[in-house]
Write a protein that binds this ligand. Structure first.
Ligand SMILES: Nc1ncnc2c1ncn2[C@@H]1O[C@H](COP(=O)(O)OP(=O)(O)O)[C@@H](O)[C@H]1O
Ligand SMILES: [Mg+2]
Length: 564
């Protein structure tokens, strides 16, 4: 279950901030050693503990930079003239010399000055742990000559995300003035955090086209989310991610829950199989098959309850209770593997006739869902499988997705190796509290089977209204935002988006305009504006195997073709 509501709000101690069981402890470095080697931060940070480093850099206009450098030189000279302040003559000499050297470099434009904001944030799930980790980080910093400082009672000011204007108040030790070389020395680390060896190419930085690789399998959660308006490129980006994931690890198995039937051709092109739910003569997945819960019949009964509520939104409380009771009894006493017809008959027996509930359940016997009444016949053995829901009535989609999620969960639990489960149009599961809770549980538990979800939906707002949805979002390691028509205050606060980011997302360019999609990714604590670009072979392969959603307007035929 998700934590109770008091845990959802960040609370602050004098030296840390806390959300639920996630503690964040900032650390600033007021004083640098006179020289730092390039890439030193990479060696400073542990690979087995979460430490976040934020470096923001703002260029200082040349005229102001020269003024600053001359000012520093004048101060050093004045102090030298006064006989050296407390015996620091040698240090002052160095300062004077480097200020004059820097002044020349700035004047020649070979160096610039930067206003640089720098902070470390240590993460842990308990307070003693976070304090211990920060203490160790301080020791390592001290060992290479950095003076560090805990922003006591200034945690909030230390933790707010960077603003583009760099004018927000920060605790002492946050801001630095550095020449280009000094800033560059901080950089190779920045590279390393987003070039994870063994990772897939997520995209190219919008700022300088540098590639960003993320290794899903090296983080605490293997699940990612992708949000964007219709036509923003979610399905394409997800398909691209699947291709790249399998390219790196060909044994990764993939399951796709495909409400609009867009992935079928791709899955078949990859040698996989497609289960077509609306296809009368096709193979069947029995929604009541307890195999998905390893024969845990009580758990199965609870999931059946959730799927029934997704289907029959008009159920009255007493009908819901009666249906739950009938389902439990069916799993207690009924056949080893019950069918939906069995459920209908059982409800009729208990109620002694044609109640409203029995009439509703008739849909499985003689109505539009009769194709689901029977034992499972689909037993795909391929490592790529999709379930195509094209042709299914809109108001039945949440129901189908729920039992399919249950089935997919069972599949993930049984298969060896790494697994991905893609759920497109996941907002369908956010319509009902019970299905949303189920999705949240799946996202939190699949990690135990070496599996990750790729959750695609139109807006994060779909999931922010309820605790289960927020819990689901919190458990996504990476979240990509493509164009969003608007960014709600809730989304902004939940994901810690800056005003500039929130204002940019409604203007992020669409693939039909540019041939690639513009996106903003939250990877752990990093915020990365990326272009999602396919290489020519990737693009050609996807284009040839991509079915536009049924009924969706055709994309403009003159759209530039995205390729490198
Ligand atoms: N990164 C991309 N590069 C090139 N074309 C893309 C890209 N993303 C999407 N497209 C194209 O744009 C159209 C809409 O993308 P789609 O993934 O279906 O959007 P969504 O799933 O968000 O509704 C598709 O025709 C797709 O081929
Ligand atoms: Mg789509």
């Amino acid at each position: 279950m998700s934590p109770a509501s008091p845990f959802d709000r960040p609370s602050e101690g004098p030296t840390f901030s806390r959300v639920g069981r996630s503690y964040r402890a900032p650390l600033l470095v007021p004083k640098f050693p006179p020289e730092v080697p390039f890439g030193f931060l990479g060696r400073l940070l542990p690979t087995n503990e979460p430490v976040e480093l934020t470096v923001e850099a703002h260029p200082i206009a040349v005229a102001n930079a020269l003024e600053l450098v001359h000012g520093a030189r004048a101060v050093a000279e004045a102090e030298l003239a006064a006989g050296g302040n407390g015996g620091h003559t040698a240090e002052l000499e160095v300062e004077r010399a480097s200020a004059s050297e820097l002044g020349q470099a700035v004047a020649r434009r070979t160096q610039e000055l930067w206003k640089v904001g720098l902070r470390f944030v240590v993460g842990a799930s308990t307070r003693p742990q976070v304090e211990a980790r920060r203490a160790r980080l301080r020791e390592r910093l001290a060992a290479i000559g950095f003076q560090s400082r805990i922003p006591r009672y200034e945690v909030r000011a230390a933790l707010v995300p960077p603003e583009l204007s760099a004018t927000e108040p920060r605790p002492a030790g946050y801001w630095h003035t550095l020449p280009t070389d000094g800033l560059a020395a901080l950089f190779p680390f920045g590279d390393e955090t987003v070039i994870e060896s063994g990772g897939v190419l997520l995209g190219l930085a919008l700022s300088d086209a540098s590639p960003v690789f993320v290794d899903r399998w090296s983080h605490a959660s293997y699940s990612w989310g992708l949000f964007g308006t219709t036509g923003s490129g979610k399905t394409f980006a997800a398909a691209l991610t699947l291709l790249r994931s399998r390219w790196l690890r060909p044994d990764t198995s993939v399951t796709v829950l495909d409400p609009l039937g867009e992935y079928s051709a791709l899955v078949e092109a990859l040698g996989g199989s497609v289960i077509r739910v609306a296809d009368e003569g096709g193979s069947r997945l029995n929604p009541l098959d307890p195999i998905s819960t390893f024969g845990d019949r009580r758990e199965k009964a609870a999931r059946v309850g959730a799927m029934m509520r997704a289907l029959f939104s008009s159920l009255r409380d007493e009908e819901t209770a009666e249906l739950d009771a009938a389902v439990s009894q069916l799993y207690d006493k009924g056949p080893e593997v019950p069918t939906l017809g069995d459920l209908r008959d059982h409800v009729e027996q208990r109620g002694g006739g044609e109640t409203r509930l029995v009439k509703l359940l008739e849909v499985f016997r003689s109505g539009s869902l009769r194709g689901l009444d029977g034992l499972t016949t689909a037993r795909p053995t391929e490592s790529v499988v999709s379930v195509d829901l094209r042709g299914v009535a809109d108001d039945h989609l949440p129901f189908h997705l729920t039992y399919l999620l249950d089935w997919a969960y069972g599949r993930l639990a049984h298969q060896p190796g790494h697994k991905l489960l893609l759920v497109d149009e996941a907002h369908l599961l956010a319509r009902h509290a019970s299905t949303e809770e189920f999705l949240d549980r799946v996202v939190r538990h699949v990690r135990h089977f070496d599996a990750g979800l790729l959750v695609l939906s139109q807006s994060p707002d779909d999931f922010l209204a309820r605790p289960a949805g927020r819990s689901m979002l919190r458990n996504l390691y990476a979240t990509g935002f493509l164009r969003l028509p608007e960014v709600s205050a809730e989304t902004r606060a939940f994901f810690g988006l800056t005003d500039a980011e929130a204002e940019w997302l409604p203007r992020a360019r669409l693939p039909r305009e540019t041939g690639y999609s513009e996106s903003l990714w939250r990877v752990g604590e990093l915020h990365l504006p990326l272009a999602i670009v396919a290489s020519t072979p990737e693009f050609e392969f996807l284009e040839a195997n991509f079915a536009p959603p049924s009924g969706a307007p055709e994309e403009s035929p003159s759209a530039p073709k995205g390729s490198l």
